[in-house]
Write a protein that binds this ligand. Structure first.
Ligand code: 5AD
Ligand code: SF4
Length: 459
């Protein structure tokens, strides 16, 4: 799952019915990291709402501040420490303020975090049902921790307290069993487990009834999804979802190249509701590095998957994750990564320099690529990606897209923004006469492109 490492906007309006009995306490949840954390924060807010807390959207008047944290790279954790420094002022103003750390960093560092004077509770990703109990104790002055990982917890019965809008995240599985040697996720989120197919399909239907037009099915490795009772896999789940709500745009993240099955690609090709966009992390273009990373595929396998995707879904957009400067990476390995990028020509990429994480296998391999080399290679990767993003958009000129309207564009000038089926942002002039609203599908023909955005006119 791609990590943003930025605070994500908090929920503004709840779609679930608010609890009737409030306890007079206000809670503010701030989310860092990947989409799975955004989805988890919606679960935590739902749990707190049911327990009588008022969810607020700024820390200023909060009785409880929870940071849902990320641990994927060192700088993600540094950001949390910085944020905690700011929160000292809030605690000075309100000595009874409860500060909690949730999520992957909480799971990784556990009781160490309670040693920070400011932190009252520490809760790992599988213990969110216990947040009300821990907050209550903390309001009475007792610090608390809950970091047990579970083999079964999926929060299936909890209706997330979602942001009002047209797009929803739906988590379909939790955990990861892949154990890529650089990654902390298998340690912070535990073993893979899936929700039931019927539970996910029911949620899709109710989201449609609530006015959502687009969902992203989430999992660290969605291709490992399995509905045990029926034996259904991820492709079956996608088909069941799109059959249940054919007009809903369905996206998903993230796929593992080893498990990207033909069946899944055929399903995407066949059903128009499943968007033609695949995020397929490559990480490195060198087979030697991929093996050290325990990615369990070769570049040849990866390219053969891409070939199959392009053959069956010719207009499919692709994005990826790339790490520069993994242990022992040579200049030659780095060039191989650039070569794969040139072969695939991704629409987009999330690019990182390698950050060693304690207790992972790679931690013991050492971190022998100097920072300035990692950085220089990363910059080369970013520069090449920029060129590709602009290049792959060129053939878009003249193409008519079915675009989901998302609202006014950042550029202003009475322009609106929407998204193509292939997940590209497109800007077009707003025309009152047409009377379209957020969530509608409109036809827009592209007339100009740049690396980040398409510009078009309504037809
Ligand atoms: N260092 C750098 N990048 C990492 N990622 C995961 N762990 C690390 C790490 N230790 C990247 C991978 C993954 C994405 C979510 O984050 O590219 O696909
Ligand atoms: Fe981490 Fe690899 Fe699992 Fe992704 S597939 S969460 S990179 S261990």
């Amino acid at each position: 799952m791609t990590t943003l490492e930025l605070p994500v906007l908090n929920s503004s309006l709840a779609t679930a019915a608010p609890a009737t009995l409030k306890n007079g306490k206000k809670i503010y949840v701030e989310t860092y990291g990947c989409q799975m954390n955004v989805s988890d924060s919606e679960i935590v807010q739902s749990v707190m709402d049911t327990n009588g807390y008022e969810i607020i959207h700024s820390p200023d008047t909060a009785d409880v501040i929870l940071l849902n944290t990320c641990a994927i790279r060192d700088n993600a954790e540094k950001k949390i420490h910085e944020r905690l420094t700011h929160l000292k002022y809030y605690k000075k103003r309100n000595r009874n303020l409860v500060v909690g750390l949730l999520g992957c960093m909480a799971e990784r560092l556990r009781a160490q975090l309670l040693e920070l004077q400011l932190v009252d509770i520490v809760v790992g990703p599988d213990e969110y049902r216990r947040v009300p109990e821990l907050v209550e104790s903390a309001l009475n002055g007792d610090k608390g921790i809950a970091v047990k990982l579970s083999r079964v917890e999926t929060y299936e019965d909890i209706l997330p307290l979602r942001t009002e809008g047209i797009s929803a995240w739906v988590s379909i599985m939790r955990g990861c069993d892949k154990f890529c040697t650089f990654c902390v996720v298998p340690f912070t989120r535990g073993r893979e487990r899936s929700r039931t197919l019927s539970g996910v399909v029911d949620e899709m239907k109710s989201l449609w009834d609530l006015g959502f037009k687009e969902v992203t099915l989430l999992g660290q490795n969605v291709n490992s999804y399995r509905d045990e009772p029926s034996g259904s896999d991820f492709a079956d789940l996608l088909i069941a979802c799109t059959k249940a709500v054919p007009q809903m745009r369905i996206r998903y993240s993230t796929s593992h190249p080893q498990d990207m099955s033909d069946k899944l690609i055929y399903a995407m090709a066949e059903y128009p509701g499943i968007c033609n966009y695949i995020h397929l992390p490559i990480q490195s273009g060198s087979n030697r590095i991929l093996e050290l990373m325990n990615r369990t595929y070769t570049v040849e396998h990866y390219l053969q998957r891409v070939e199959k995707i392009k053959q069956l879904i010719p207009n499919c957009a692709m994005s990826t994750d790339i790490i520069s400067g993994f242990c022992t990476e040579t200049e030659e390995d780095h060039q191989l990564t650039l070569d794969v990028m040139r072969t695939v020509k991704y629409e987009g990429a999330y690019m990182f320099s390698y950050s060693p994480r304690e207790n992972t296998k790679a931690w013991k391999m050492g971190d022998d690529v100097p920072d300035e080399v990692k950085q220089r290679r990363l910059e080369e990767i970013i520069t090449l990606q920029r060129i590709h993003s602009a290049e792959v958009n060129q053939p878009e000129i003249g193409i008519l897209h079915s675009v989901m309207v998302e609202g006014p564009s950042k550029r202003g000038n009475n322009e609106w923004r929407g998204r193509t089926d292939t997940n590209k942002v497109i800007v077009f002039p707003h025309e009152d006469v047409r009377g379209y609203v957020v969530g509608d599908l409109v036809n827009v023909r592209v007339h100009t492109v740049n690396s980040a955005t398409l510009l078009g006119t309504l037809e």
